[in-house]
Design a protein around this ligand. Structure first.
Ligand SMILES: NC(=O)c1ccc[n+]([C@@H]2O[C@H](COP(=O)([O-])OP(=O)(O)OC[C@H]3O[C@@H](n4cnc5c(N)ncnc54)[C@H](OP(=O)(O)O)[C@@H]3O)[C@@H](O)[C@H]2O)c1
Length: 336
């Protein structure tokens, strides 16, 4: 198996610095053939992209992990399964959370993923006015103490709540948040906080669903019909809030100049930029398994080093944009 750069989130969890995002199998991103998807998962694994980001709510994602593990066991034996990292999420509906609700839901994920313990369970909560998230995290901590969950992470939590959770001595190792060249909200509070408290960040949206790539350079504003995946639609909104399509084209043009200089792609520059930020353990790149394969391109990120002039050219455009922290709020506030 190919070895790619990794990051130690905790002594028992080391992840590839580019993670395979599985939201794209949940619907709204083209038809996913499960057989082809599992075949692709084996290819990703063999290329060194061994870390998967999924969720209980991402359609068949947890089942695909289960099938992938069964297939890999047959092909390569039991020891190879230790090379996989499958990071899932628990996204409950806000309401009273009891110990048995937590056990029941985590057990479902264990069964679907065909694992005896979860590498990283990332917890999402829709409504801070509903205080049961602290109960949920306490019960998850009990499961961690029993070895059913190896590590607990958060997703889309803001800095104020991460502080509250840390003050309660709950053992959080990571927060998964939107972070890209255009969405710099984490730089305001989250990154300094995580650096101080030794929490790692897992970034998503760093390619804006594919909009931050050569494919959209020198293109007219895409029509609603052209934004044909859920992620393209999600991040197009972000571009509008950030400064609009014309400013985005200016950014793509500067990214292209850097890409040409380093003989890589716009997507590679965008990924590297976020990977180099403090506290960032990895960038999650969405994978449309069985449809498109960007492995060869994404591997180039690891041999890329951005220089001062690349960073200045990027920052020069970003200075003209709106301040998304002021407009939307801290990490995760777009969901609330
Ligand atoms: N916690 C949360 O709330 C949350 C929210 C969103 C996402 N996520 C996680 O983050 C993952 C990332 O998803 P995202 O929606 O943010 O999308 P993204 O990673 O910003 O974009 C993914 C898309 O970028 C394109 N792409 C990938 N590599 C490329 C390359 N080298 N060159 C050109 N284009 C490339 C592909 O488009 P094509 O397939 O069209 O080629 C791919 O589908 C998700 O799967 C999920 O695991 C989490």
């Amino acid at each position: 198996m190919n070895k790619l750069p990794s990051y130690k989130l905790n002594p028992d969890l080391t992840v590839c610095r580019i993670l395979n995002g599985m939201w794209q199998v949940a619907g709204g991103h083209g038809y996913i053939d499960h057989e082809k998807a599992v075949e692709d998962m084996i290819k990703y694994h063999n290329s060194g992209f061994t870390t998967w980001d999924l969720a209980d709510i991402y359609g068949p994602a947890e089942d695909l992990i289960g099938e992938f593990r069964r297939r890999l066991l047959k092909l390569r034996g039991k020891e190879e399964l230790d090379q996989i990292q499958a990071l899932t999420k628990w996204v409950p509906r806000p309401g009273k959370i009891t110990r048995s609700t937590v056990i029941e839901n985590i057990q479902k994920s264990l069964n679907r993923m065909n694992v005896s313990s979860i590498d990283l369970l990332q917890f999402h909560w829709w409504d801070y006015n509903n205080p049961y998230y602290m109960d949920a995290l306490k019960y998850l901590t009990d499961l961690r103490d029993n070895g059913i969950i190896k590590n607990i992470g958060l997703t889309n939590f803001d800095t104020v709540r991460v502080q509250i959770i840390m003050d309660a001595d709950l053992p959080i190792v990571s927060n998964q948040i939107q972070y890209s060249i255009i969405d710099r909200r984490p730089e305001v509070k989250m990154i300094p906080f995580c650096q101080k408290h030794d929490i790692s960040l897992l970034a998503y949206g760093s390619l804006c669903g594919g909009l931050m790539s050569d494919r959209y350079l020198e293109r007219e504003k895409p029509s609603a019909a052209e934004l044909d995946t859920l992620s393209l639609r999600k991040y197009y909104q972000m571009i509008e809030a950030w400064g609009g399509w014309n400013l985005f084209q200016e950014l793509l043009s500067n990214l292209k100049a850097a890409a040409q200089k380093h003989k890589v792609s716009i997507a590679n520059i965008a990924t590297r930029y976020i990977l180099d930020s403090p506290a960032v353990a990895g960038v999650i790149i969405g994978t449309r398994l069985g449809i498109v394969d960007h492995r060869a391109s994404n591997e180039k990120v690891f041999n890329l080093k951005l220089d001062r002039s690349d960073l200045d050219a990027i920052d020069a455009v970003c200075k003209k944009s709106n301040n998304l922290y002021e407009k939307i709020g801290d990490c995760g506030d777009e969901y609330r």
